[in-house]
Design a binder for this molecule. Structure first.
Ligand code: PGA
Length: 256
């Protein structure tokens, strides 16, 4: 049985004061009717505050478990890399997850599969749990090459990553045309790709890894479509952008 996993990707939103208020508010209203795994991924500047406030709130309410993730990291351990954050720095803060290869990183900051592969290896080395994002742009989908493209990313990103790490990996299928656009992939289309990703993992590794792998869908997930997406057999969760910085929307998605 795969435990559903919903993560909020705050992107470049909420300064640390707003982040503290968000955690206060969500703690006050918290319910987890579906008994799922939950994480929030704030900007670097809010990570420490979020972790400390969550620790406090979770001590008061043992039913609330919300983990923390970063949105990016560099692969080197330390040194002259101005502006970058190392895996060890995240680990020392108490961060558990790290989003790697988000399409905004790939598109706006020119991250290649080779770089993403290095980041994944560094994350595993430091016992961080990566959420690897893959997914096709609209043009590729219209050309009928969405699977070839997305599975190609998957294979390159996982190059030389041993089977033993797969337990700590989450894949997020995020078709780029559905991110922040209000346009969601149909549950059937999203499921078809998630199923293809699972089959590819079975080929690259084995069936057990494929069956245990958590595959999220991301791209305009909101309270109104979460239930239908989450009911698909190969979709095990969601990576939520816009709707994750609104307390009521995020809770409604968690309680789909
Ligand atoms: P969105 O973003 O939910 O705002 O479409 C999802 C993501 O980019 O992870």
């Amino acid at each position: 049985m795969r435990t559903p996993f919903i993560a909020g990707n705050w992107k470049m939103n909420l300064n640390h004061n707003e982040a503290i208020k968000f955690i206060d508010d969500i703690s006050y209203k918290f319910e987890n009717k579906n008994n799922i795994r939950i994480a929030v991924c704030p900007p670097f500047t809010s990570l420490r505050s979020v972790i400390l406030v969550l620790e406090d709130e979770m001590a008061k309410n043992p039913n609330m478990i919300i983990k923390t993730g970063a949105q990016n990291m560099y692969f080197e351990e330390k040194g002259a890399f101005t502006g970058e954050i190392s895996p060890e720095m995240l680990k020392a803060l108490g961060v558990e997850y790290v989003i790697i290869g988000h399409s905004e990183r790939r598109e706006l900051f020119e991250e290649t599969d080779e770089l993403i592969n290095k980041k994944l290896k560094a994350a595993f080395k430091h016992e961080l749990k990566p959420i690897l994002c893959i997914g096709e742009p609209l043009k590729i989908r219209e050309e009928g090459k969405a699977q070839e493209y997305t599975l190609g990313q998957l294979e390159k990103d996982l190059n030389d990553i041993p089977e033993s790490e797969l337990n700590n990996l989450t894949i997020a299928y995020e078709p780029i045309w559905a991110i922040g656009t209000g346009r969601t992939a149909t549950p059937q289309d999203a499921n078809e790709m998630c199923k293809a990703i699972r089959q590819k993992i079975s080929k690259l590794y084995n069936d057990k890894c494929a069956q245990n792998l958590i595959i999220q869908y991301g791209g305009s997930v909101k309270p109104s479509n979460a239930k239908e997406l989450m009911s698909m057999p190969d979709i095990d969760g969601a990576l939520v952008g816009g709707a994750s910085i609104n307390v009521d929307d995020f809770l409604a998605i968690i309680n789909y």
